[in-house]
Design a protein around this ligand. Sequence first.
Ligand code: LLP
Length: 411
Amino acid sequence: MPYAYQHNTLHCEQVPLAEIAARVGTPCYVYSSADIVERFCAYDRAFGDMPHLVCYAVKANSNLSVLRLLAGEGAGFDIVSGGELFRVLQAGGDPRRVVFSGVGKTPEEIEYALSEGIYSFNAESEAEIELIDSLALRGGVRARVSLRVNPDVDAATHPYISTGLREHKFGIVIGAIEGMYQRAATLQGIILDGVSCHIGSQLLDTGPMLDAVDKMLELVDHLRGRGIEIRHLDLGGGLGIAYKPGEKAPAIGGVVAAITGKVRGRGLHVMVEPGRSIVGESGVLLTRVLYRKRTPRKEFVVVDAAMNDLLRPALYQSYHEILPVESAPRHTVLADVVGPICETGDFLARDRKISDVFPGDLLALLTAGAYGFVAASNYNSRPRAAEVMVEGGRWRVVRARETFEDLIRGE
Ligand code: LLP
């Protein structure tokens, strides 16, 4: 964990969070660069000499400074839109290390990706394969394509972020893959030589993930047995992180070792698409207490961050640990931590035992580095928060807080 108290005040690496809040204001996201690099390298190292590519899932946190940091470490990138490709290129990412996932790629996005020469597409339907083929032919190039398989594995996570069951919109049912390969063999615009899957996100139990690996390897063997050449195996992302005190997350090195143990010796180029497990723990959302409010039924701590800044609690009832930035010993209270937005769903924590804080005090919402800022909106005409990157004892703003003028741009 890059966050710890030093002299009773919470630090990110060597920087006191209170200093950042005083200079940049709140709400504000803070990221530890060391933690991001360390966790990317944990993936990369664990693959050892096996041919592999760790494609960071850009959707988890697409700040250019985060992408630049990872590009510098030789990361690949998993993108799901033209906008994400634009960001990767702006950050100096190598297009030849980019895989393009997603169930609804538009013709414009496919053309953009082809013209930039990305590594491969994870295709999710026959119609998409045909479209990629025709656009590649028109552009005079050949596109590498993997089929995204729906392995029908229950990821045992929140239903909104589980993706690998038959009833989900993602992937192609495993039984249809062979026929699709055979039909696509005649297409001249594509090189179809891979399979991919992604069963869900925030997986704390590696069982389903490894079951999916087994299913994918069975499929690879089956396809090869039919004379279909399979070179690439993309196993998606999904590894969970600890949000609650006492929650245990699988170690990156252990999970990758279990994967390589299964895949080794098959002559496959393996890819993974981790997002949350690289950036989640690196980030906090800093917020300031505005009011304390007691109703006959409840105690509320009203803060200046809201569901527009961090949507996860409202959308998934997800838990983010909340710590006071100054840790002078205090009582605890049972309270709801809520934002200023006019919705009952606007809460950051419910019935939470937290330090007895007062107006003006700073709080840090932990493990907010993934799916935090990227899902922020301007709801209630609230300018989006600033983002800060910490590096050792230094820090800098990597995205300025939006202004009122930003709110009306384009209207
Ligand atoms: N690859 C594909 C095809 C994906 O759909 C996703 C995540 C990933 C990789 C990265 O998964 P990760 O390693 O980050 O678990 N907003 C939700 C999470 C949505 C995940 C969507 N897909 C949340 O806040 O929990």
